[in-house]
Write a protein of this length. Structure first.
Length: 92
């Protein structure tokens, strides 16, 4: 809850949100919070914010990078986030 309040207080000054998703964990409840915040900002102030998605832990033993990226992209699609990698131009 404290992080959510911090995020909300800084949202008016945010130009870019960097969403870091772990290759082994995928989308978490905290990730969904950030996605929802991004969507709210993008709806109220179109063209004012960008979303960058970074995948971490890709060097962890046993991680198949292609499988992890595909899984994360599919999870993002479930939340109406479409990446450039799957043919989207990056705009919300």
């Amino acid at each position: 809850a404290a992080f959510k309040k911090m995020r909300q207080s800084g949202s008016s000054a945010t130009d870019v949100i960097v969403l870091v998703v772990a290759a082994d964990d995928g989308i978490s409840p905290q990730t969904v919070e950030i996605i929802d915040m991004y969507k709210a900002i993008a709806r109220s102030q179109p063209q004012s914010i960008s979303l960058v998605i970074a995948v971490s832990k890709i060097d962890k033993p046993g991680i198949d990078i292609d499988e992890a990226v595909t899984r994360i992209e599919n999870q993002l699609i479930e939340h109406d986030i479409f990446t450039e990698n799957i043919g989207h131009d990056g705009e919300f």
